[in-house]
Design a protein around this ligand. Structure first.
Ligand code: GLC
Ligand code: CA
Length: 558
């Protein structure tokens, strides 16, 4: 099974200032309220990030992706933005932002910021103006308002369910209803309105002028909508395919007009600003459209994040996505964890999904972390093997804060301390996403394990002590040092964006070679296999004598 996947991409690793730096970058996602708290109020802040730049530099990441830091009432963890061109006073100021950018750049680290175009918050000045200006006004046209059904418009315009549960239409004082595909505090913009389009171009320039290197585009597949006068029912929406660009809400073909306009702005800069789409779409082919060079340039690929720790699934995913990225002229992205999903060190310690289309770990979280039984040791062992596999692949690797510590999901957050709307809107069904957003442990002890001088805004479990940066710093076998060594080696070894699959001794083993002789072998099974030939560079676990144990990855040089 030798397949060579070739690419037109540059043969050399990205240099600073190079317009292709992103193609195979390692990007570290920071959820700012849970990273480091400099002023001791229990909430992570921008100065906290600045103070940890030496940590990021030593870890060896190429870029940081910063989740929303904009003024927000936190109805959805900051994805409800009050003002796209400011910093939330609870976590800093624009001056703090500039200092953070300067510190990151001085350390050779780029910065990508989250931008949320599908919806603002209900506190955004435009939404407030829309409410005040009333029915039929140009102010209201920036959002999606409709009259209700029923004799007096007392029923919602459609029976749609929002992503976090509950109705997707909410009534305002004068009787009209507005659409929110997410929380009620997140009214959807009307992207057919020119003001909306222009304002986002202004925002792109605002941050690009401040030195930001790129953007992560939230819910990129949702902006274009086609809403007829008589709206379809939820059942009809569910039955409409999302494969041909004609669904009324998701992944419509016209959405690409928006991003072609964005690209023109991004290309005003030198080097051009990059963008990566969060696009939950039906296929790798649909995803590739967002990633084309005349649009955003790159798109997240969540296939590995949705897969089991399984050689067959990984092989299929990697092959498909490398081929699609090549067609798009982009590079692939790989992700195991982010602020929306159960951390992969935990997922891999739970029974496999075997193709079931459910949120991995949801049942376990709802049970408070008791059922099914979690195998922590196996979870971490597999997570380390999977991460080392991913870091050897061509393309960009997106890491989520704390995965370099092998951090697991926190399952025992008391109900009254949850923050995520998903937890409250869908009680007993959706466990919410707070368990992966618990502030990082920096030290073994202290009020918040070194996160700050006050108690953290989400409760940290006692087992964070053993996974803290301090506990792992000097231990050569720690997950932190595995990531540090792997990222340093990845930098040295980086080569053309292609791989060749090599014959392996069992279907549970994946073995690939990059063009310069850098080889990656992962044993997904539990039985040891003979270690293939080559100089051992790094392994995710101890190697037996001449053997590659189960659930272990090794990098070789030949
Ligand atoms: C994206 C974000 C998620 C947020 C949602 C609505 O999926 O990753 O955290 O809740 O968009 O903005
Ligand atoms: Ca703070």
């Amino acid at each position: 099974m030798t397949t060579v996947i070739d690419s037109k991409a540059a043969d050399h690793p990205a240099e600073a200032g190079d317009a292709t730096w992103w193609r195979q970058a390692t990007v570290y996602q920071i959820y700012p309220r849970s990273f480091a708290d400099a002023n001791g109020d229990g909430i992570g802040d921008l100065s906290g990030i600045t103070s940890r730049v030496p940590y990021l530099k030593r870890l060896g990441v190429d870029a940081v992706w910063l989740s929303p830091f904009y003024p927000s009432a936190l109805a959805d963890g900051g994805y409800d933005v009050d003002d796209y061109r400011d910093v939330d006073p609870k976590i800093g100021t624009l001056d703090d932002f500039d200092e953070m950018v300067a510190a990151l750049h001085a350390a050779g680290i780029k910065l990508i910021v989250d931008i949320v175009p599908n919806h603002s918050s209900n506190r955004h000045v435009w939404f407030q103006q829309a409410l005040a200006a009333g029915k039929g006004s140009p102010e209201r046209d920036r959002y999606i308002f409709r009259d209700g059904l029923g004799e007096n418009g007392e029923l919602p315009p459609a029976d749609w369910t929002a992503m976090f549960g509950g109705p997707a239409w909410t009534q305002v004082d004068d009787g009209q209803w507005y659409l929110h595909l997410f929380a009620e505090e997140q009214p959807d913009f009307n992207w057919q309105n020119r003001d909306v389009r222009d304002d986002f171009l202004t925002t792109l320039r605002f941050w690009s002028d401040r030195g930001v290197d790129g953007f992560r585009v939230d819910v990129a597949h949702g902006c274009a909508k086609d809403l007829p006068d008589v709206l379809p029912s939820q059942a009809a929406l569910d039955a409409t395919p999302t494969t041909d660009g004609q669904h009324p809400l998701w992944d419509r073909n016209e959405v690409h007009d928006i991003y072609r306009e964005w690209r023109e702005v991004l290309n005003e800069y030198d080097p051009p600003r990059i963008a990566v789409a969060e696009a939950w779409v039906a296929s790798a082919e649909r995803r590739a459209r967002y990633a084309s060079p005349d649009e955003l340039g790159q798109a997240f690929n969540f296939d590995l994040l949705e897969a089991d720790f399984d050689a067959g699934q990984f092989l299929e995913i990697v092959s498909t996505n490398l081929a699609e990225a090549k067609i798009a002229g982009s590079s692939t992205t790989w992700v195991f964890s982010n602020h929306d999903v159960v951390r992969h060190a935990t997922r891999y310690g739970l029974p496999p999904l075997n193709g079931r289309d459910v949120k991995q770990g949801a049942d376990w979280l709802l049970s408070g972390g008791t059922t099914p039984e979690l195998d922590i040791v196996t979870g971490l062992r597999r997570a380390r093997a999977a991460s080392l596999f991913m870091l050897g692949l061509p393309g960009s690797a997106y890491l989520y804060q704390g995965e370099e510590l092998g951090l697991g999901e926190v399952a025992d957050i008391p109900a009254d301390q949850h923050q995520d709307p998903a937890f409250f809107h869908n009680p007993g069904v959706d466990p919410g996403r707070d368990g992966c957003r618990v502030p990082l442990p920096w030290t073994r002890s202290g009020d918040s394990f070194g996160f700050g001088s006050a108690e953290a805004h989400l409760p940290q479990p006692s087992w964070f002590a053993r996974l803290s940066v301090e506990a792992q710093d000097d231990d050569p076998a720690s997950t932190l040092n595995l990531y540090r060594r792997a990222l340093a080696l990845r930098d040295e070894l980086q080569t053309a964006e292609s791989l060749e699959w090599l014959e392996s001794e069992s279907a549970d083993v994946l073995h690939f070679r990059r063009p310069n002789g850098w080889e990656v072998v992962t044993n997904f099974g539990t039985e040891p296999i003979a270690l293939p030939e080559g100089e051992v560079l790094i392994s995710s676990g101890d190697l037996g004598d001449g053997m590659l144990p189960g659930e272990t990855t090794v990098w070789l040089k030949n």
